[in-house]
Design a protein around this ligand. Structure first.
Ligand SMILES: [Mg+2]
Length: 428
């Protein structure tokens, strides 16, 4: 049997959810003013050089799209209602939406005010089947904000993002790992990430009209015609997208890593290194009085895949525990399990262990920050404290201190639902 080349080996299936609010600004306005419901609405600049920032689905039926010049939108839809919009209000809604996203995974990567990748890979054991999780997330967003959100689920980022677009409006679409090629095949090449109008023209001229045209093409010919860029594009066309969800909560994690003097393949050595890192991370957690629910194992492969500083691929695997921990033995056990189950298949140059998904940083921690700010701390220390406080606020929202107990209650409610394991998939 032929073994697939390393670069084509995708590793264990990941589960990534892309959530995208439907016509976000317009939906907020329609929610807040019932007279706007059912009417074609655009939010954006009304002046001669204004553009549409968001269009309601009623307006889209006339061909009105975001980024379109406002005068053109009016020409297409003479009855269009135009609102200037209120960014502060949308930012407020955004925080509520992301608070819901955070209930589902410690790994949430916001792309804009109304859109995020949510990595469910590590939460699977805890949360259940991806489609059920997606349905629950949609329900929770509507419960909290009264707004519709569409959800796409797939084994890689690009597929999840395309799936959510296909699910719109107000829908959910899951593409299972085995269905990726079939899902992508008929789409026009412009749906591949990084293909703009100019590249699309070029690709079509060369005979690559659909994603499948590119996925099935002889790699040598693709390379000849389009160079390295073409090879990467063809990989994406086959659903090979190795980008990880880059959590904005990453700053709120504790981790330690080391680069080996020589590349290491020996599992026993990796295991021992992981134990050392785990103990050290646990000490820091205890020292700061926090615990984390997610254990992260990361490594950097020893084989260079492309030029530049990011040429050695960095991989992460994570697992979410039922209970937060600050115990080095638990962290080491989970990290070593990740190593055994889905760890590197070739030598590595770096290995690290982290803990994220920190449980309520807690009042003690917060008041400590607050006290520090009031004292005459030196400027460096003040800056660090400020930064920490900002990160907490960014992640948990303004007024974190007063809302801590509320957040805990919400989370307890959610985990009860999960434990029952029979939460109805929603009234879709
Ligand atoms: Mg959106």
């Amino acid at each position: 049997m032929k073994t697939p080349p390393e670069s084509a080996r995708p590793g264990p299936p990941r589960c990534i959810l892309h959530a995208d609010m439907d016509a976000f600004y317009a939906s907020v306005e329609q929610r807040d003013d019932p007279t706007l419901r059912g009417r074609p609405l655009a939010v954006g600049g009304d002046g001669p050089r204004g553009v549409v920032a968001a269009a309601s689905y009623e307006a889209r039926r006339f061909g009105v799209r975001s980024a379109m010049p406002s005068f053109e939108a009016r020409r297409l839809c003479p009855d269009l209602v135009f609102l200037r919009g209120d960014l502060r209000k949308y930012a407020r809604e955004s925080r509520r939406i992301f608070a819901v996203f955070d209930e589902f995974s410690p790994s949430v990567e916001g792309l804009s005010l109304d859109e995020a990748f949510i990595d469910l890979t590590g939460s699977r054991r805890l949360l259940g089947a991806p489609a059920d999780v997606g349905a629950r997330l949609r329900d929770r967003v509507r419960e909290e904000t009264g707004l519709p959100v569409s959800v796409g689920i797939g084994p890689v980022k690009m597929v999840a993002k395309i799936a959510s677009a296909e699910a719109k409006p107000d829908g959910l679409l899951e593409v299972e790992p085995g269905g990726v090629r079939k899902f992508l095949a008929p789409l026009p090449v412009r749906r591949i990430w990084g293909v703009g109008p100019v590249s699309e023209r070029r690709l079509v001229e060369l005979g690559f009209r659909t994603v499948d045209d590119l996925a099935c093409a002889d790699p040598r010919i693709v390379e000849q015609l389009l160079g390295r860029w073409g090879t990467e594009l063809a990989g994406l066309a086959r659903g090979e997208d190795l980008r990880e969800v880059e959590s904005r909560g990453a700053a709120l994690s504790y981790s330690e890593e080391n680069t080996f003097r020589e590349d290491v393949a020996d599992r026993a050595l990796l295991g021992a290194t992981i134990l050392t890192h785990a103990e050290s991370v646990a000490r820091r957690l205890r020292n700061d009085g926090v615990r984390g629910r997610t254990v992260v194992l990361k490594w950097r492969e020893a084989r260079r895949r492309s030029a530049g500083p990011r040429g050695y691929p960095l991989r992460t695997r994570q697992i979410t525990l039922f209970e937060a921990t600050d115990d080095g033995a638990v962290i080491a056990r989970e990290a070593r399990r990740l190593l055994a189950d889905s760890g590197p298949e070739e030598p590595v140059r770096l290995v690290g262990v982290g803990v994220s998904g920190l449980e309520d940083p807690g009042r003690a921690q917060l008041s400590l920050f607050a006290d520090g700010l009031e004292k005459d701390a030196d400027p460096g220390e003040r800056a660090a404290l400020n930064r920490a406080l900002d990160e907490l606020e960014a992640r948990f929202g303004a007024g974190t201190v007063v809302r801590a107990s509320q957040a805990r209650a919400d989370r307890a409610g959610l985990s009860l639902q999960i434990k029952r394991g029979e939460d109805p998939a929603g009234d879709r």
